[in-house]
Write a protein that binds this ligand. Structure first.
Ligand code: MN
Length: 423
């Protein structure tokens, strides 16, 4: 991993004033990458700075930025394919354009004036299950005696998700229909899901990757991660319960996955690297191929907010229903990458690996309603007087994330937002 440099200096300011406001998700220390469309409708790569976007294609064409050519693309895939050193050089060049003592550029677009795209052409999407707290709470409902399967503490469990139904924040999500089976019923029924849930996760976009047959050593896996975003792995729990054995989730998950539009780069996350919470004293040490760097975790706080139609009607803001730390995960992003490639499976630029629901040990840190409302047994109380066990039509789920550490500037991920529409 590269070292901290002047772009991480908390004293650094930008000539874009809104980037200097306390609490901005996008100070000059962040510089996340995304793809936006303005009235010209051609997708364009940009960098979020305060409440603005720096148009990288315009910067290149005006020769204010000298390469890489991949900045002129309509997705981030070619940028993601660059070696980590070239991605870091781009960060340095962009920070030099935006720092307070630099010449003001006219290549800014207000974030409020554009629509954001899914930032990369996602070839493959894999969803892990890396929170031991989530896996234990969910497993306890199904197998109280032994909630975790014997493999859990030896390998990062995952399933292959559906890339085609990944949508960007703000896209409405239609309640899925499918087969559900009531305990003891003679036959399943087909109809709209009645147990629609969210899962708050962190997604990692992959960089260079490797060819078929090559593995990725855990010590160099971070160089293959470009950056992170928020992921809402919408889940129909009633469909999932009936279909998941023996091959895992399928239609309960593939109807939609929402991601936040900005890719917070691994360089921006560098000050927030830290060891994951210690494993239990009786837990096995990872096998040598997964024995990673001790600071492979990321200090990301993940929050979930809920807003019902009644709250909206009364002008009430979304209410926070959970807050969790990524440091409570059991596996690091590098371990997920290395395990994924350990059988020779090729990983490609633009692939998305999601962490699995980010949940901590406390009830308030549970990143999905299945845990948070105890599978419907203890609905959560909302300020409107309503209660929620699962999502209802018209509900809006907003996920936010940020990194904060003494001596560094707070950076944020922006929003991952989705509203449920009826079947
Ligand atoms: Mn998930």
């Amino acid at each position: 991993m590269s070292a901290l440099d002047w772009t991480h200096d908390p004293a650094l300011r930008s000539w874009v004033e809104s980037a200097n406001a306390a609490g901005s998700d996008f100070p000059i220390q962040n510089l996340p990458l995304g793809v936006f469309r303005s009235r010209t409708a051609r997708p364009t790569i940009g960098v979020a700075i305060g409440d603005q976007i720096l148009d990288l294609r315009a910067c290149i064409e005006a020769r204010d930025l000298h390469g890489p050519e991949a900045c002129r693309g309509e997705t981030l895939n070619a940028l993601m394919a660059l070696p980590a050193g070239e991605r870091r050089a781009l960060r340095l060049a962009i920070a030099a354009l935006l720092r307070a003592d630099a010449r003001r550029l006219e290549w800014l677009v207000p974030q409020s004036a554009v629509e954001m795209d899914v930032p990369a052409r996602i070839g493959d999407y894999t969803d892990f299950y890396a929170s031991v707290h989530h896996a234990t709470r969910v497993g306890r409902r199904l197998r109280p005696e032994s909630p975790l399967f014997p493999n859990y503490k030896w390998l990062p469990v995952a399933y292959h998700g559906r890339a085609s139904s990944i949508v960007v924040s703000g896209t409405p999500v239609r309640r899925p229909s499918g087969q559900t089976h009531a305990d003891g019923a003679p036959a399943p029924l087909f109809g709209p899901s009645r147990r629609l849930d969210y899962e708050a996760e962190i997604g990692f976009f992959l960089g260079p990757g490797g060819p078929l047959g090559a593995s990725i050593p855990v010590g160099s896996a971070d160089a293959h991660i470009v950056g992170a975003c928020l992921v809402n792995d919408w889940s129909a729990r009633d469909l999932q319960k009936w279909e998941y054995q023996p091959l895992g989730p399928f239609l309960a998950k593939s109807f939609a996955t929402t991601i936040s539009p900005w890719v917070v780069t691994m360089e921006a996350l560098l000050p927030f690297r830290a060891p994951l919470s210690p494993r239990g004293p009786d837990d096995p040490a990872p096998l040598p191929y997964l024995a990673g760097a001790p600071d492979g975790g990321l200090g990301i706080t993940v929050e979930v907010y809920l807003e019902t139609p009644a709250m909206r009607d009364r002008g009430m803001p979304p209410v926070r229903v959970s807050t969790a730390s990524f440091l409570d995960m059991y596996w690091t992003p590098a371990q997920m990458v290395t395990h994924h490639a350990s059988n020779g499976c090729n990983l490609r630029p633009g692939d998305l690996l999601a962490s699995g629901t980010v949940s901590g040990p406390a009830e308030e840190s549970a990143g999905c309603l299945l845990e948070r409302a105890s599978a419907g047994e203890e609905p959560i109380a909302l300020p409107s007087g309503e209660r929620r066990a699962f999502l209802e039509d018209g509900d809006t789920v907003v996920m936010r994330a940020f990194c904060a550490r003494e001596g560094f500037t707070r950076i944020g991920f922006g929003e991952c937002r989705g509203s449920v529409v009826g079947p």
